[in-house]
Design a protein around this ligand. Structure first.
Ligand code: APR
Ligand code: PHB
Length: 397
């Protein structure tokens, strides 16, 4: 048995847990991260790849921007393809901001490297992680490491353990209200050794279903197709994937680059919010508290927004015994989270084929797209949300 103390016990080494650990370290607040998976697994987990303007700024300001600026790409706009017509949305012209194309697993790699270089502690392959006594004010986390039972005493527990983690489950039953929307489709995603066929992303609304052209580097394409939520990969040999992508993304002057597909998977899609996000000294952040469908790439960005708020609240408490930020954490986070939920749901609703749509619904979807893509006010709405709502405005008291 090993027993130790830290100030903040963080469960989960995804973007939320690692970024919180990094921010706390920069404020001189001792913390330990406990992660169920091995380091290699966490560093290679394939997720989305768009960072909001302020999230990219935050990485730079906290010493994590070098590789992103050297190897990632700045995107000043994006494209929407509707009925074979391409509409360009110029973020820079509309709202004076851009986004960064930089994969989530690269952010995670840089965060882990920074934490370890600074002497931070991340316990990978922590087993049977459980939280105790967080309502009473002297929280304890128990776990096993290499067969040894460990006890970590702390002042605050941050539940950054993703949608399937244990922290949300630890709330007494009936205390959490869940808001949920499961979509009747998923995305089949591939990574391929193919130079991106466009400089910026293309979100396509096609009569046979949504498609998305994205990228990871000058030689790697990331592409998605709308499919059934439980689609069998066996039904999608590589030739079929390329044929379908070429059809859904096709437009004048475009030709799809193809190459070896080295990763293929299906992701189901849902919107989900759990309220409240705190109980006593246990605070949830990121996917542990909310999920968005990937249309608009808000998952990582909203996880970072939560921990920016949690870090501020913890810092004010530790430095000045000011517990307003902690007490109001749920309320402050949820204001922004529901905006992100709205945007992701709206993008998803606008861009996908819904089999149950009545002819009226289908016409409404077309009318909405026409308005958004051609009216300056519509384009502005899209751009403002895509580059990201302010991180801090929502957290002022
Ligand atoms: N004990 C310790 N760690 C755990 C446990 C547990 N019981 N359960 C889960 N974890 C770990 C997972 O292995 C994972 O590494 O918690 C981490 C949670 O990380 P993410 O799922 O990446 O969640 P988050 O940090 O909130 O980031 C949100 O990830 O799911 C994507 O699209 C989403 O981009 C968004 C981002
Ligand atoms: C991705 O590159 O994986 C990506 C980009 C934009 C999205 C979703 C995913 O909206």
């Amino acid at each position: 048995m090993s027993t130790r103390k830290t100030r903040i016990g963080i469960i989960g080494a995804g973007p939320a847990g690692l970024m919180l650990s990094h921010l706390l370290h920069l404020s001189g607040i001792d913390n330990v991260v406990l992660e169920a998976r091995p380091r290699e697994y966490v560093e290679n987990r394939i997720r989305a790849g768009i960072l909001e303007y302020e999230v990219a700024q935050l990485l730079r300001e906290t010493g994590l921007g070098a590789r992103m600026d050297a190897e990632g790409a700045r995107h000043d706009g994006t494209n929407f393809l509707v009925d074979g017509v391409l509409h360009h949305i110029d973020f820079q012209a509309l709202v004076g901001k851009h986004v960064m194309l930089w994969s989530q697993h690269e952010v995670v790699r840089d965060l882990i490297a920074a934490r370890l270089a600074a002497g931070g502690e991340i316990v990978f392959e922590a087993g049977d992680v459980a939280v105790h006594d967080y309502e009473a004010g002297s929280p304890l986390i128990t776990y096993t490491k290499d067969g040894v039972e460990c006890r970590l005493h702390c002042e605050i527990i941050a539940g950054c353990d993703g949608f399937h983690g244990i922290c949300r489950q630890a709330f007494p039953s009936g205390m959490i209200v869940e808001y949920d929307r499961v979509y009747p489709f998923g995305w089949l995603g591939i990574l391929a050794e193919a130079a991106p066929s466009a400089d910026e992303l293309i979100y396509a609304n096609h009569k046979d279903g949504f498609a998305l052209l994205s990228m990871r580097s000058p030689s790697i394409s990331r592409l998605y197709l709308q499919c059934a939520p439980d689609e069998a990969l066996a039904a999608w040999p590589d030739e079929r994937v390329w044929e379908e992508l070429a059809r859904r993304l096709g437009h004048e002057g475009f030709s799809l680059n193809t190459g070896r597909i080295f990763q293929k998977s299906v992701t189901a899609m849902r919107s989900y919010v759990a309220e409240p996000m705190q109980l006593g000294r246990l605070f949830l952040a990121g996917d542990a508290a909310h999920i968005v469908p990937p249309t608009g790439a808000k998952g990582l960005n909203s996880a970072i927004a939560d921990v920016v708020s949690l870090h501020r609240a913890i810092d004010a408490y530790m430095r000045h015994q000011d517990d307003r930020g902690l007490n109001e954490y749920t309320q402050r986070c949820l204001k922004r989270i529901w905006q992100i939920e709205r945007f992701s749901w709206w993008m998803t609703s606008m861009m996908h084929k819904f089999d149950h749509h009545a002819p009226f619904d289908a016409r409404m979807q077309t009318a909405e797209l026409n308005y958004i893509l051609t009216s300056p006010a519509g384009q502005m709405t899209l751009a403002e949300n895509y580059v990201g709502l302010p991180l801090h405005e929502y957290h002022r008291s």
